[in-house]
Design a protein around this ligand. Structure first.
Ligand code: 4EZ
Length: 230
């Protein structure tokens, strides 16, 4: 099977590239795509750059140009839920865009006409992830991930996102990748390890824990890929 593995930052995919060892590269639409054989699967790996627009480009290219059959996102996120500590893994059940606001026309936050506030991830990939977590003895949280073009580093903004979307974690790409995959009808999965708590300390924590948390997420994604069927 041809499988996309995406991150937003180089740090989020470099553990994956190290694990696959040999790969070839293709440049396309402003990204470098790394193609590798991993067991029985062909992987297309890339980091998009940060934010909704860049990640939507990369996800679209993965779907349309490379013809991937599934897309897995690996990266880090700010934790909202009190249960989520730095290094914990959260998989998205559904995702939204917390920075979409056309409430002036009576629409709810996060809603765009002909779209939906929430987009669900693939159920099959979620249950595979639960199996992996059980077998590896890793705690895996499931929850709503809110996406926006903001690095959230304030308790106030974080609380607003928490109560408006019932979100458990936040980041800057999942919602746009979800939107692309949903519209191309490609099963997708979004995994994040917590790097900070999106509060006043977020900047410092992010810098401290980006690498270690990215590694946690990447290792889990690779275990999922190993167990994916044909
Ligand atoms: C965005 N990613 C962070 C990019 C940070 C710095 C140069 C994840 C993330 C995040 N996003 C981790 N913590 C976050 C937070 N508090 N707010 C938004 O996907 C770029």
């Amino acid at each position: 099977m041809k499988i996309a593995i995406m991150g937003a930052m180089r740090e989020e995919i470099s553990p994956i590239l190290e694990a696959v060892g040999e790969y070839s590269t293709v440049e396309y639409a402003g990204n470098v795509f790394y193609e590798a054989q991993y067991g029985e699967h062909q992987l297309v790996i890339a980091y998009s750059k940060i934010g909704k627009v860049f990640s939507a480009i990369t996800a679209s290219v993965m779907c349309e140009h490379f013809g991937v059959e599934k897309l897995l996102f690996s990266g880090v996120a700010g934790g909202i839920s009190k249960e989520l500590k730095i290094g914990d893994l959260v998989m998205a059940s559904s995702l939204c865009q917390h920075d979409v606001d056309i409430t002036a026309f009576g629409h709810p936050y996060g809603y765009i006409p002909e779209g939906s506030v929430m987009i669900d991830t693939d159920e099959g990939l979620r249950s595979l992830a639960v199996e992996v977590a059980v077998d590896m003895g890793i705690e895996l949280y499931e929850g709503i991930i809110a996406t926006g073009d903001q690095f959230v580093a304030s308790a106030e903004r974080k609380e607003w996102i928490a109560k408006t979307f019932n979100a458990d974690a936040l980041e800057m790409e999942g919602g746009s990748v979800a939107c692309v995959c949903h519209n191309f009808d490609i099963p997708f999965f979004i995994l994040r390890a917590i790097s900070d708590s999106a509060d006043g300390e977020a900047g410092i924590d992010f810098d401290t824990f980006l690498q270690s948390s990215a590694q946690v997420s990447a290792a889990f994604i690779l275990e999922m890929v190993k167990r994916l069927g044909h």
